[in-house]
Design a protein around this ligand. Structure first.
Ligand SMILES: Nc1ncnc2c1ncn2[C@@H]1O[C@H](COP(=O)(O)OP(=O)(O)OP(=O)(O)O)[C@@H](O)[C@H]1O
Length: 474
């Protein structure tokens, strides 16, 4: 046990130190394939953070815990923490900062900067959107990517889902999720296919070896999605293998439709966005811009110092401007739908398993007993009332409702809290830490922030998930 801080120093572990002694666990903010993200309030300061909790217990074919650690998930999670630590060791406002991490029992806790909402959720609800907004967005995205690259890290999963809005006024886009990131070797190239199919670079799929430029391609794919409302490659069959084949063979070929064509209406100021997108989506690696070069492109560099007004009066807008805004809004709606299709649906078994374990750990590890009530806040008042009446006693979570009892019983019989794991080491030394690239970021205002959506509700079923699972090669 112990806390590994973002400065790469493993704090001297106090015997009683654990996540719950330092933080109070709060409501759920989101769900991932192997874990969930919750609010965490630091007890000493009352500062609010988000905590990404990852469950590394092995599960059988029925989703039941085997009582062992899943070694590959454990390794991948340790690598995620190590690389996220490194990316956070030199602060950059365009990367979600990892504050501290814990490993307790079979759960990892990554305490990080709390953000407000996902990239797409905010855009879809924005009242207006202009090409200037788009240029700011890509300016912010590239700043995050440049920072990560300066740390010698290749992210490998750049996509809309992995950018969150945060910062003082929730107007800063921040890169998150280092689950597929990798340290760039000092010599040679990277190999292996990782990421989310529509955003994968051709050289990764060719097996030629790749480097930082795969992230630039992925930013280009996000730009294409925003400008044209579609992925760069849209094979007839919407599956990961078909998508990868299309990217690999440039078939059907990558096109940048001009104004008046069936696919897109790209005119006026958005032409600069198309030129920018083309430069990033160069199939030839030698001709593709680096992230540091891409941010100098006129589309993203020119207006980077300007403030964008949050809400424009549409009546006052020029007709051409209004057309661009409408075109962008329509593309964002289409892009959101496509992105939702790709979001891996969190497994209810995994989510229930984590929550059962958290309830026990909160009590066992000296956490605030009332915290365990928060698990009953999602739709069952009876459960909640019952829980309030019957405060759990140490090492004996007393749960009244039948459903909860079933879950608790399953935890006891199947999940078996696995033996204690060591705290993940930061895996870095000072000589690995390169200085950050420091920018003064302009703010992006896209209208009032939407209310956070229910965490899992936004995820939709897809015929086939186009995203590779964490750490898995596809
Ligand atoms: N720092 C944060 N602040 C606020 N909400 C967050 C934060 N990080 C993640 N979330 C929310 O939690 C959700 C799940 O995040 P997570 O990174 O675990 O998901 P994921 O990328 O889908 O998971 P996976 O690790 O399986 O790829 C996000 O979609 C977002 O809504």
């Amino acid at each position: 046990m112990g806390c590994s801080t973002s400065k790469g120093v493993v704090a001297s572990p106090k015997a009683e130190q654990n996540f719950y002694s330092d933080y109070k666990l709060g409501k759920k903010l989101g769900e991932g394939a192997f874990g969930q993200v919750r609010l965490a309030t630091e007890r000493a300061t009352s500062v609010e953070f988000a905590v990404k909790i990852v469950d590394v217990r092995d599960r059988d074919d029925n989703g039941m815990c085997t009582g062992h650690v899943n070694k590959s998930r454990d390794k991948v999670t340790k690598a995620e923490i190590s690389l996220w630590n490194k990316a956070s060791s030199s602060k950059n406002q365009h990367v979600v900062q990892l504050h501290c991490s814990f490993a307790e029992k079979s759960l990892y806790y990554m305490v990080c900067e709390k953000c407000q909402c996902s990239f797409m959720d905010r855009l879809v609800e924005a009242e207006t959107m202009s090409d200037t907004d788009l240029s700011k967005i890509f300016n912010h995205m590239l700043r995050g990517v440049i920072h990560v690259h300066a740390m010698e890290i290749v992210h490998r999963d750049i996509k809309p889902d992995n950018f969150l809005w945060g910062g003082p006024n929730n107007e800063i886009l921040k890169l998150c999720d280092f689950g597929l990131a990798v340290q760039m070797p000092k010599q040679g190239k990277l190999t292996g296919v990782f990421g989310t199919a529509p955003y994968m670079a051709p050289e990764m799929l060719r097996g030629d070896g790749y480097d930082f430029l795969v992230d630039v391609w992925s930013v280009g794919a996000v730009a294409y999605l925003m400008v044209f409302g579609n992925f760069p490659y849209s094979p007839p069959e919407a599956s990961a293998p078909a998508m990868k084949e299309a990217i690999l063979h440039d078939s059907p070929p990558l096109e940048f439709p001009e104004a008046g064509t069936a696919q897109g209406v790209v005119s006026g100021s958005l032409k600069k966005a198309v030129t920018f997108t083309k430069a990033l989506l160069s199939r030839s690696v030698s001709q593709r811009l680096s992230a540091a070069e891409a941010i100098k492109d006129p589309f993203v560099a020119e207006r980077s110092g300007q403030q964008v007004s949050p809400v424009k009066e549409s009546a006052a807008a020029e007709p051409a401007e209004e057309a661009v805004a409408e075109n962008l809004r329509a593309n964002v709606r289409k892009a959101k739908k496509l992105t939702q299709k790709l979001s891996a649906k969190p497994s209810p078994t995994v989510q229930t398993g984590i929550e059962d374990l958290l309830k026990i750990l909160i009590v066992k590890t000296g956490g605030d007993r009332s915290s365990s009530n928060l698990f009953f806040s999602e739709g069952d008042n009876q459960d909640q009332e019952a829980e309030e009446e019957n405060q759990p006693m140490a090492a004996d979570v007393r749960i009244k409702s039948q459903g909860s009892m079933r879950r608790a019983a399953r935890t006891m019989t199947h999940s078996g809290v696995v033996s204690e794991m060591k705290s993940p080491s930061s895996g870095q030394s000072d000589d690995l830490i390169t200085p950050s690239i420091s920018f003064t970021a302009p703010l992006v205002s896209l209208g009032p922030a939407p209310k956070r959506r229910p965490s899992s509700g936004g995820k939709s079923d897809s015929e086939e998930q186009l995203r590779s699972t964490q750490g898995a090669q596809v």
